[in-house]
Design a protein around this ligand. Sequence first.
Ligand SMILES: [Zn+2]
Length: 316
Amino acid sequence: MSATAAIATVAVQVVTDKKKRNFVLKIVLIIIMIVLLLIFLIVIIVAALFETFFPKDNNLLENKYYQAKEAIKQEYDIPNDLDISYLQYIDLASTDSLSEDVEAIKKKIASYYLKTEVIKTEVDGEPIEEKITFFKSLTDITTMVSKPPFSLSESDASFLLTIPTLSDDVPLLGNYPMPVKGNITSPYGYRVDPVFGLTSEFHRGIDIGAKWHDKVISIADGEVYKVNYNKSSWGNYVIIKHDTRDGMFYSLSAHLSSIIVQPGEVIKKGQVIGFEGGDQRYDPNPGNTTGHHLHFEIWKNSNSNSTMNPLKIISK
Ligand SMILES: [Zn+2]
């Protein structure tokens, strides 16, 4: 009997014999499953090897945008910061693909996002000219990205203004006093929630550990924009609008035990606006605190999302 005939005989038996047919079907199913499992394993192994040899660009130091930004900051001696995700966003909006080359990104940042201003000051009666280079203001950029070569609509671009970590575009020089005497107990930026200890939240201001009920002053000339209280967060608070030589900004002082200024009142730099507080047991309207302190914010405009690091403008 030839091999072909033998196979044919077996095939006929399989087709006609129910038991044999079921057995073969089971074997075929098991083989299919093993093959699928092997394919799955191979895909996983190849993906893992690919990750090892071609790691993703998620390390900050290896991020091209970070490198370009740092290089620019060094080259132009820029003390302020610009969010990288935002740079990538603008890059993507202008070209539909992200730049590959650090040098190319640097060029782009320098041509679009920098401007230089000469600030004239006087020291002991001697006029001094200081050249300061900094990133264009966010308002400039949102206007810019809604025009060619960018393709963002004005409303799409306006969301950039609400990102709290964006560059501090106000060229302030750290020549404002602390609003109250004390140490910084919690800095500006991401931190662990001091009350619940669970989530990482963005701290929109600085906390200053002061003497209980010490005087809180206005850091610059201005006008009282708002006096109010908020049970769940700021307690008693004051917002002052400052229109200074360095530009316009707002300051917020929160958890005050008492406030001695009124909305619309014109305020001088150094004037007492209220008293520190926030003790849950003894102070009225303490707000969300673990103990008495001053929570202090600087806003670039009247939008509470436009915060910047107060330490950029006040000197410790
Ligand atoms: Zn705070």
